[in-house]
Design a protein around this ligand. Structure first.
Ligand code: MLT
Length: 210
């Protein structure tokens, strides 16, 4: 049983009535404050729920262990994603959030974790805006869950040396094959989040009307 207090987190209530909630998952080495400004841009007026990853990799916060850069401890990813799903459920009760209108956004390690949340725990989030993330289970084929109605924006760099564009395209395919509505935005850069991609994601979020 995971309580909302089990993760260090920032919670900012919605500033507009009937606004959705954005769950923000930071990248390796960042913390719960890192993506709050991005959340305000992506989803103006939304509630922001931004936890801190519990894995300590030489002083850097992460969401799950990795064996080395680009090689994940998939069992740990599965266990940590389940704990995160429980945290989200606890937060919906603690903060009186609409569980049908939670959207995850993450960067890098947070995007991989957000992708895990979508594929392994269907129904926890209604959508996802993931940046510099790839297929989280790496060599394993995710279960054939039904993701129809789930809307996903993927922003990836064509020359990203950490999350290769092939991994990003594999994630897009896995989500699409399970019925998700996937929007892919590839930029010419690397492992970053260019302003144009943020702008495309902001437009996508506004049009998705979560
Ligand atoms: C990961 O470990 O999730 C990815 O390699 C990205 C990173 O955090 O560096």
């Amino acid at each position: 049983m995971t309580a909302v207090t089990d993760f260090v987190h920032v919670f900012e209530p919605a500033t507009e009535p009937d606004a959705p909630t954005l769950l923000l998952l930071h990248g390796t080495g960042a913390d719960e404050h890192d993506l709050v400004p991005l959340g305000r841009i992506l989803a103006p007026g939304a509630a922001l729920l931004s936890p801190r990853g519990k894995v300590d990799e030489n002083g850097s916060n992460r969401w799950f262990r990795r064996l080395r850069e680009g090689v994940f401890d998939v069992e740990d990813l599965i266990a940590r994603t389940a704990e995160l799903a429980d945290f989200v459920k606890a937060a919906t009760v603690a903060y009186d959030l609409d569980p049908e209108r939670i959207v995850v956004s993450g960067f890098s390690n947070g995007a991989n974790t957000g992708a895990g949340l979508v594929l392994l725990h269907p129904g926890v989030v209604a959508g996802a805006a993931l940046f510099a993330g790839g297929a989280p289970l790496q060599g394993r084929e995710p279960d054939r869950v039904d993701l129809s109605g789930t809307r996903v924006f993927l922003g990836n760099g064509a020359v990203d040396p950490i999350t290769t564009i092939d991994q990003a395209r594999l994630l897009a395919a896995q989500l699409g094959e399970r019925g998700a509505d996937v929007r892919v935005e590839e930029h010419p850069g690397g492992h970053g989040l260019p302003p144009e991609t943020v702008e495309r994601a902001r437009e996508w979020f506004a049009a998705a009307d979560f």
